[in-house]
Every structure is written in structure tokens, then in C-alpha cells.
Design a protein around this ligand. Structure first.
Ligand SMILES: Nc1ncnc2c1ncn2[C@@H]1O[C@H](COP(=O)(O)OP(=O)(O)O)[C@@H](O)[C@H]1O
Ligand SMILES: O=c1ccn([C@@H]2O[C@H](COP(=O)(O)OP(=O)(O)O)[C@@H](O)[C@H]2O)c(=O)[nH]1
Ligand SMILES: [Mg+2]
Length: 192
């Protein structure tokens, strides 16, 4: 965690504008439509959309040791260490200059949530759960055609397992806090 504290040279523990910062987390299984729904919300409500997965894919493009480590974890459908993703999110938030953020695909496990709470500290206004059946998610991923290294059957299976085992506890946490808002995006069975 020591590494996270050094996240950004300008980071004093609060945002420079002094304005209230609004954060909404958007969570859902792989292929549920998080990115698609975020794009719609952003165009109407002036949020900055930060996709945790996109930030990691950008990092992979930098030909560094960390980039290679992230690439390998994503290829296996595993989660990258919390300090890496929290650092990338904070950097993007500070760079945007905005005060309203839709954070897509994060937190994915309890450790992510705790790292975020410890470092960025901005309690989400609410958490939007994009709730979709596994059959539909699988269909969507297989038709996504974005050339993603992790959109193959074996990695998809692993990503579903991670969602069930690691992300569901986060969803339950926010449900208990009364912060969860569900959006059903298909007419099939729910994802859990
Ligand atoms: N409501 C929807 N109905 C049909 N297809 C959808 C819907 N929402 C998203 N998709 C498609 O499903 C795929 C996965 O959506 P995406 O937004 O990338 O999901 P996620 O970010 O949750 O992985 C994309 O090809 C997208 O165009
Ligand atoms: O906070 C995060 C977000 C994403 N990922 C990794 O990035 C991959 C792709 O995430 P993304 O949200 O882009 O996938 P989606 O759910 O949109 O298909 C995941 O499977 C993880 O390997 C991660 O480790 N931590
Ligand atoms: Mg996405």
C-alpha cells in the first residue's frame, strides 16, 4: 500500500478545485453493457467516464514491465493489484479537471474497494449494477469484435468466476449500505 500513497506527485489527499466530487461506480458482469450504458449517461449528464479496463489497456500499450504484468493478468481473466488500478484512476480523475465521475468496472473485489476508500476516499453517491444474464453476457462478448485478447471462451469463463467470487461481495456490501441501484438490461434470468 505504501506505493499507493505516492500515487501522484500533486496529490494532497483532496481535489484541487475544492468542489464536491461526485463519484458513481458502475459494476456488472463481463459484457453486461457497462461501457455502453456509461456512454449514454455521460452524453446526458456531464460525467467523465473512466473505464478501469480501458485505463489498464492503455497501460499495457506502454512497453514496460508493469504493462506486461497487466497484460498477462488480463489475458488470464485475473484482477490486477489494487494499488495499480487505484493509482491509474486517481491520475485520470486529477487530469480530467471534472468533478463528476462514472467509474466503470471498479471496484471488482473487496480489496479494490478498501484501497479506494483508503486513498481516494470519495464515497460513491450510488453504485449502478448492470444486471444481465450470463447467457446474454456471453453472447454479447462473443459478438463484441473489439479484438480483445480476453474475449475468448477460456478467459470469459475465468472472468465470470471472478465476478461471482470477488465482485458479488462488493455488490452485497453496497446493497447493505442502501447504495445499490439495479438496471436490468435483458429479459432473461438475472446474473445471480
Ligand atoms: N442493451 C444491449 N443490447 C444489446 N447489445 C448490447 C447492449 N448493451 C451492450 N451491448 C453490446 O454488448 C457488447 C458488450 O457491451 P459493453 O458495453 O462493452 O459491456 P461491458 O463494458 O460491461 O463489458 C458490446 O458489443 C455492446 O455493443
Ligand atoms: O478494476 C479492474 C478493472 C479491470 N481489471 C482487469 O481488466 C479486465 C477487463 O476489464 P473490463 O472492465 O474492461 O471488462 P468488461 O467487464 O468491460 O468486459 C478484467 O477482466 C480484469 O482482468 C482489473 O483487474 N481491475
Ligand atoms: Mg467494458
Amino acid at each position: 500500500m505504501a506505493e499507493v500513497v505516492e500515487v501522484h506527485k500533486d496529490w494532497s489527499g483532496s481535489f484541487p478545485s475544492g468542489k464536491k466530487i461526485t463519484v458513481v461506480f458502475v459494476i456488472g458482469g463481463p459484457g453486461s453493457g457497462k461501457g455502453t450504458q456509461c456512454a449514454k449517461i455521460v452524453s446526458h449528464f456531464g460525467f467523465t467516464h473512466l473505464s478501469a479496463g480501458d485505463l489498464l489497456r492503455e497501460e499495457v500499450k506502454s512497453d514496460t514491465e508493469q504493462g506486461t504484468m497487466i497484460k498477462n493478468l488480463m489475458h488470464e481473466g485475473k484482477l490486477v493489484p489494487s494499488e495499480i488500478i487505484v493509482r491509474l484512476l486517481l491520475k485520470a480523475m486529477l487530469a480530467s479537471g471534472n468533478d463528476k465521475f462514472l467509474i466503470d468496472g471498479f471496484p471488482r473485489n473487496e480489496e479494490n474497494r478498501e484501497a479506494y476508500e483508503k486513498i481516494i476516499k470519495i464515497e460513491p453517491e450510488f453504485v449502478l449494477l448492470i444486471d444481465c444474464s450470463r447467457e446474454e453476457m456471453e453472447r454479447r462478448i462473443l459478438h463484441r469484435n473489439q479484438g480483445r485478447d480476453d474475449d475468448n471462451m477460456e478467459t470469459i469463463r475465468r472472468r465470470f468466476e471472478v465476478f461471482q467470487q470477488s465482485t458479488l461481495p462488493v455488490i452485497q456490501h453496497y446493497e447493505k449500505m442502501g447504495k445499490l441501484r439495479r438496471l436490468w438490461v435483458d429479459f432473461q434470468l438475472r446474473c445471480f
